[in-house]
Write a protein that binds this ligand. Structure first.
Ligand code: TXA
Ligand code: MG
Length: 417
């Protein structure tokens, strides 16, 4: 597998591989995509094989601009006015629009569906690649199906190794969660996957009602009695109920975005998510993590010293220094050592150790969580965490996308405390 960088000659080489039917992973502002020429059925099928992706889950087609919709969308001239408004306002950007599919597209791009998802990514390397390729590029996230999406070239290599022709290394993705998938009609729009463009922003630009697909409605139990769905031994105290989850449930019918019916974004460690009043969430997570039966527990929560940043800690039953790293297990390097005030956190009791720290000045907790979530889930897996406890965010703005991914990663173990 080749690794290309941002040199024009390297982008041209990657584009030639793509155009000829090869598989090329590339960075976008959301996550890394695994690209194939969307006009070649053979190339698109290789994407499904490389990812282990169910054949009925459609792919998003990427183009470098509105001018490139020919051969992707049928009857471009007939697109409703609100769709045009969305393209003008949000492209390039993390918004995937469902539009009538052109007959030239490989059938596997939109299996048994008349609509195709299309977007223009807001990333210089992605745009350069797409322009050089000269063909529309079908690209799902470049992870093994079911795993957290890749937000670095290293993540892509971890999952795809020799299954693809190469990856363009553009560093970490700035948004970190996938695009918003939306169908827009003349007088109403429906979001099938929340993402980088918020429902609120769409409403403001479109001037028509924007609904959430019913499978996306977050249903956090509110202090009710734990029910049968409660995972064994997870709740540190009574009065914590499980969430309904985002996934399909009995009697709700077929999800409209077919991807939503599969297990997704999940690391090997068991994820639990805690929402509610800040101090209470901190208390509950602390109690949860202090139970030696659950160790090693990884924590993702607001930093106490720098409350705008994500605080990371990994508790371990072994004394510090002899933990997983000492046994030769792979550990992420600590980036920007010295800037991580408070990384160790108060769970110390001689067992907490810092793992990763990717702060960005001025970020809110929700932005930091969005940008780092998948990297952290992957990093904590490599550290051998048995469970990961995450302080959730309000499901509004970018927070809706983050909570949607957390609901899936935790398989519905979201608790309001
Ligand atoms: O940010 C993103 O969207 C990234 C980057 C690489 O662009 N791509 C991405 O692709 O997340 P993927 O395949 O991992 O997710 C695509 C989602 C799936 O949930 C799929 O079901 C939905 O979009 N989707 C795609 N085409 C669709 C269609 N024609 N109808 C309904 N849902 C569709
Ligand atoms: Mg994906």
């Amino acid at each position: 597998m080749q690794i290309w960088h941002n040199q024009p000659s390297e982008i041209r080489a990657a584009a030639a591989v793509l155009r000829a039917g090869g598989l090329v992973a590339f960075p976008t502002e959301t996550v890394y995509g695994l690209g194939a020429n969307a006009w070649l059925e053979g190339a698109v099928r290789k994407v499904f094989a490389a990812k282990g992706r169910p054949a009925d889950n459609p792919l998003i087609v990427h183009v470098p601009g509105i001018r490139w919709l020919d051969g992707v969308v049928s009857n471009v001239a007939a697109l409703p006015e609100p769709v045009r408004r969305a393209m003008a306002a949000f492209w390039p950007g993390p918004l995937t629009l469902l539009m009538p599919a052109h007959a030239r597209l490989a059938p596997s791009v939109h299996p048994n569906l008349t609509m195709v998802g299309v977007r223009v990514p807001d990333h210089p390397l992605a745009l350069a690649l797409l322009e050089a390729a000269g063909c529309p590029v079908a690209a799902p996230s470049a992870n093994q199906s079911g795993k957290p999406s890749p937000t670095t070239a290293g993540d892509v290599m971890e999952d795809m190794a020799e299954r693809i022709d190469g990856v363009i290394d553009g560093g970490p993705c700035p948004i970190g969660v996938e695009s918003t998938v939306v169908a827009i009609g003349r007088d109403q729009a429906t979001i099938y996957r929340p993402g980088g463009v918020s429902k609120e922003a769409l409403e403001e630009v479109l001037g028509i009602p924007v609904a959430l697909d019913r499978h996306l409605l977050l249903r956090h139990a509110d202090g009710g009695a734990p029910s049968a769905g409660r995972p064994g031994g997870v709740g540190p105290s009574g009065g914590v109920g499980p969430s309904g989850g985002v996934g399909p449930s009995g009697g709700m019918g077929q999800p409209l975005a077919p991807g939503m019916k599969y297990r997704h974004y999940a690391p090997n460690a068991a994820v639990t998510v805690w929402t509610g009043e800040k101090a209470r969430v901190t208390d509950v997570i602390r109690t949860f993590a202090a139970d030696p039966g659950r160790a090693p527990v990884a924590i993702i929560a607001p930093n106490r010293v720098r409350p705008e940043a994500v605080r990371l800690a990994l508790t371990d039953t072994e004394p510090a220094g002899q933990a997983a790293g000492g046994r030769g297990a792979e550990r992420e390097p600590r980036e920007r050592a010295g800037t991580g005030a408070g990384v160790e956190g108060e769970l110390a009791d001689g067992r907490t150790r810092p793992v990763d720290w990717w702060p960005d000045p001025g970020e809110s907790y929700v932005e930091s969580l969005s940008r780092n979530l998948y990297r952290l889930l992957r990093a904590f897996d490599r550290c051998g965490a048995k469970s990961i406890a995450v302080a959730g965010v309000p499901p509004e703005g970018l927070g809706l996308a983050v909570m949607n991914r957390l609901e899936k990663a935790s398989e519905g173990r979201v608790y309001r405390v």
